[in-house]
Ligand binder design. Structure first.
Ligand code: B3K
Ligand code: ZN
Length: 882
């Protein structure tokens, strides 16, 4: 397969002005007619014009109304080439046939539960018609859809509905016109039996927008929360970014077979799990995901659609920025600290391992074989951190000036990451030094910091040194520009006022409006660098990287005592949590060593005390407490080991949880009793926080595995009035193999078998279970009547879930690897994107011991040796082996 490089980017010789599409949707085949007005970039140049096209049957091709002769074009499996197009503007008309009902790839035009829908990002439009399928080709579209009226009563596309009517033979049609130019990846079409929940939103300038959320009729009552989320997002984008919606209609369609959600202009398409919710069937996490994703896709209307990417290497231009925007939106709708903790944890568990593995790539990748493989945590989440750093450096107002200028300069254009950088810089006359390296250098920087206090001179110094580890294709790295938000705590735990810093031979003021500050942002740009605070009356405890101001691994010389102090006092709540996590990581790593030496495991009483203080601190937010008493995940600890040892990490985490539960039993019991839900489910921060704390405490208590606790958990399961509580109780029961577990799982399935979204949770809970030898159950569940390898959500629940159980996936008999290897090959035939998502679980095989290495490698070798493997899976598997 061919690798595509950023450095080879070239403008096309031709662009398109308007595109008129016409679809005749049928049961056996769909006919697509496309009329494209083609414009040569340089007049008089008539070079061959290459259109992308995959799985298309060409019926006819005309230029300016004349059918082309055989020697005037070539058509192959991936392209249509006009060998000698006319010089000057011309109209190209093609007619092609496609087979949506046979399309299981979930891109292009396909059928999901009887309805037609599309997914064109990144390169799916070429499965619909011949086109220059790249984002820098922006054109105005119309779309006529014709189909049988009783089978497909609803016909939707982008923009405004300008005509509709009935036709002979039971068909009807709709004609849509999108007044905004767009790249083809934002094209969408939906046809089917759908009903809409309707509402309106009046924008800041008084435009009344019709909002419609389309679902199959029976799901309609579950669209309420998505509607609430959409309206909140529209308002928020006006208030915070000054962005107003630009059409009179905004549609969201919920479909069961869909990868995530998609921001098509005015016709967003979402996987049902990201739209449908009711208190009985969706958890708080589901509600939060719906809020965040609805916001995310809506925000793309400006960051992605109005201003789009020049090429797919720039994906983070829209995704990093839009993730940042959705993170900020969710923060403002709930708790900022808790949201930040969740986002940083996600970065650490999903992005850090990628940045340290064979698929490591920069936020703007340099090359790809299959673009789908680059919708990654690096492009999305690390990309969002890069955007956040601009805000950290410029402050809220400066950042807003930057985004205003970005929209002003680039509305209607397809641009690059440098354009965003330049807008931030120019709007603020800012000096961003080598900041652009964040886009081109892969790998998580490691920053070491040591501190020293000079009592005589009353100065406090922080010495930084940074390295960026080598990654594939980038053996040597340059130092990065790392904004480190820092504060100093005095001995009573209060922030010291900061007025100036000595740095680079100069004394710099850090005041704000003439007033001292409590947090200042240190600009670390060199391999080694020192900052000295003058007039520090006593030895402070530094609070560094507040709010996690840069996506790095920070290694400080803080002692355990300092960390306990920060855990108790830091005014930066994020860093209170972080101090607890650093302590927990140290503790877990020390016990891993004990486990490996077969020495007894021990729990430091000071740690228990620290956790107890947090538990009992009534001034703290309850969801914050829930986060602060949750130990770092197994993958995070394995990531810090020379050779990852899943068994040791699992045993240690389990041991500490059980010890905490036993020593704080009384406190946990009280938390459960005090925080039970009231009858009515409310989705707001206070109620979610209460449920989170209660359920975290319940999970701890269940780990004790004694009869009283089993009774308690069963009681919580039976009396639950919402899915958050019911599912948490089920998960607590399911920690331990046995009759209680089996009965509860059977009961749950019995209750919810009619609801596929809930059944997916049931699959995920079982597949991610750490109970010994669980792979056996996995094979059984593959054959379960509710399972279907063609549906991506079911695959993510069952196969994706399995990868989360490190003990079972990495079982030393190789059974977990074998299971995944077999499934990947089956999946690859149905849906290469989903298959390559699964094969990434093997990518860090070199991190394990020799036995596991050999077993995992054998699976990867088996996979790459298969004939007819997709490019998607080939890219991940072969790069993993390299
Ligand atoms: N832009 C889409 C991504 C589609 C990826 C398809 N392989 C969703 C989003 O990030 O908003
Ligand atoms: Zn996005």
């Amino acid at each position: 397969p061919k690798e595509i490089f950023l450095k080879d980017y070239k403008l096309t010789d031709y662009y398109f002005h308007t595109v008129d599409l016409s679809f005749l949707l049928g049961e056996e085949k769909t006919t697509v007619s496309a009329k494209i007005s083609v414009v040569p970039r340089v007049d008089g140049v008539a070079s061959p014009l290459v259109f992308d096209g995959v799985d298309l049957k060409l019926i006819s091709v005309k230029i300016n109304g004349n059918e082309l002769k055989e020697d005037e074009f070539q058509v192959g499996p991936r392209h249509l080439i006009l060998t000698s197009p006319p010089s000057g503007n011309f109209i190209l008309e093609t007619v092609t046939e496609i087979l949506p009902h046979k399309n299981t790839s979930l891109e292009g035009l396909y059928k999901s539960s009887g309805n037609f829908c599309t997914q064109c990002e990144a390169e799916g439009f070429r499965k619909i018609t011949f086109y220059q399928d790249r984002p820098d080709i922006m054109a105005k579209y119309t779309c006529r859809i014709e189909a049988n009226k009783s089978l497909y009563p609803v016909l939707l596309s982008n923009g405004n509905l300008i005509e509709q009517g009935d036709l002979e033979g039971g068909n009807h049609f709709a004609l849509w016109e999108d007044p905004f130019k767009k790249p083809c990846y934002l094209f969408a079409l939906v046809a089917g039996q759908l009903e809409s929940q309707d509402d309106t939103f009046t924008t800041c300038s008084g435009r009344k927008v019709a909002l419609k959320i389309w679902t199959p009729p029976q799901d309609l009552p579950k669209a309420e929360h998505a509607m609430y989320s959409l309206k909140a997002a529209m308002k928020w984008d006006e208030n915070v970014f000054g962005r107003e919606y630009d059409l009179d209609i905004f549609n969201i369609v919920s479909v069961p077979d869909f990868l995530g959600a998609m921001e098509n202009k005015s016709l967003n398409i979402f996987n049902s799990a990201l739209v449908l919710a009711s208190p009985e069937t969706a958890t708080d996490a589901d509600y939060a995901a719906i809020l965040g994703v609805t916001g995310h896709e809506y925000f793309h209307n400006w960051t992605g659609n109005r201003v789009t990417c020049r090429d797919w290497f720039q994906l983070s231009l829209k995704e990093g920025l839009t993730v940042f925007r959705d993170q900020e939106f969710s923060s403002d709708m709930g708790s900022r600290t808790v949201k930040r903790i969740g986002d940083v944890s996600r970065l650490r568990t999903r992005q850090f391992p990628q940045d340290a593995g064979p698929m490591a790539h920069s936020v703007r990748p340099h090359s790809y074989i299959k673009m789908d493989n680059f919708y990654t945590a690096t492009v999305y989440e690390k990309g969002a951190e890069v955007v956040r750093m601009y805000k950290t450096l410029l402050g809220s107002q400066g950042f807003r000036k930057g985004t205003d200028l970005y929209f002003e300069r680039h509305d209607g254009q397809a641009v690059t990451c440098e354009d965003f950088f330049a807008a931030m810089r120019d709007a603020n006359h800012a000096d961003f030094a080598n900041f652009l390296l964040w886009y081109s250098q892969a790998g998580t920087p490691i920053v070491k910091v040591t501190s020293s206090y000079n009592a005589e001179a009353r100065t406090f110094s922080l010495k930084f040194s940074q390295t960026v580890p080598p990654t594939p294709g980038q053996p040597v790295k340059e130092p990065m520009f790392i904004p480190v938000a820092a504060g100093l705590l005095d001995s009573s735990g209060k922030d010291m006022p900061l007025s100036s810093i000595y740095h680079d031979g100069k004394l710099e003021s850090v005041t704000c409006c003439g007033q001292p500050v409590h947090t200042t942002v240190l600009r670390v740009t060199k391999g080694e660098e020192e900052f000295t605070f003058p007039d520090v009356p006593g030895k402070p405890i530094p609070s560094l990287l507040r709010g996690y101001s840069a996506p790095i691994r920070l290694q400080s010389d803080l002692t355990d005592e300092d960390l306990f102090f920060l855990l108790a006092h830091d005014s930066d709540e994020f860093n209170r949590w972080e101090a607890g996590q650093i302590l927990a990581r140290k503790l877990m790593l020390s016990q891993v060593v004990n486990f490996q030496k077969s020495s007894p495991l021990v729990l430091d009483p000071q740690f228990v005390h620290g956790i107890k203080c947090i538990l009992l601190d009534s001034s703290l937010d309850k969801e914050f407490i829930a986060k602060a008493i949750t130990l770092p995940g197994e993958s995070e600890i394995m990531d810090m080991m020379e050779v990852a040892d899943p068994d040791a990490v699992h045993a240690v985490r389990k041991f500490i949880r059980k010890q905490l539960a036993s020593q704080l039993r009384h406190e946990f019991l009280n938390l459960v009793k005090e925080n039970r839900s009231s009858e009515k489910y409310v989705f707001d921060h206070t109620n979610m926080a209460r449920r989170a704390l209660k359920n975290t405490a319940l999970g701890y208590l269940a780990s004790l595995e004694d009869e009283e606790m089993t009774e308690l958990v069963l009681h919580e399961y039976k009396t639950a009035t919402n899915m958050t509580d019911q599912f948490s109780a089920l998960a607590a029961i399911a920690q331990k193999a046995g009759k209680a577990r089996d009965d509860a799982l059977a009961d749950f399935y019995n209750q919810w078998q009619h609801d596929y979204l809930v059944v997916n949770k049931w699959f995920a809970l079982q597949s991610s279970s750490d109970i010994p030898g669980n792979v056996e159950n996995l094979y059984k569940l593959l054959g379960h009547q509710a399972f279907d390898l063609k549906n991506p959500d079911k695959v993510f629940s069952l196969i994706g879930g399995f990868r989360a159980s490190h003990v079972n996936f990495h079982a030393t008999d190789g059974s977990g690897y074998k299971f995944l290897g077999e499934v990947v090959l089956q999946l690859d035939k149905l849906n290469p994107q989903v298959a390559s998502g699964m094969v990434t679980a093997f990518s860090r095989w070199k991190r394990y011991d020799e036995t596991r290495q050999n077993l995992a490698k054998a699976q990867l070798e088996m996979i790459v040796s298969v004939n007819g493997l997709s490019k998607n899976v080939y890219e991940i598997a072969s790069k993993s082996l390299a």
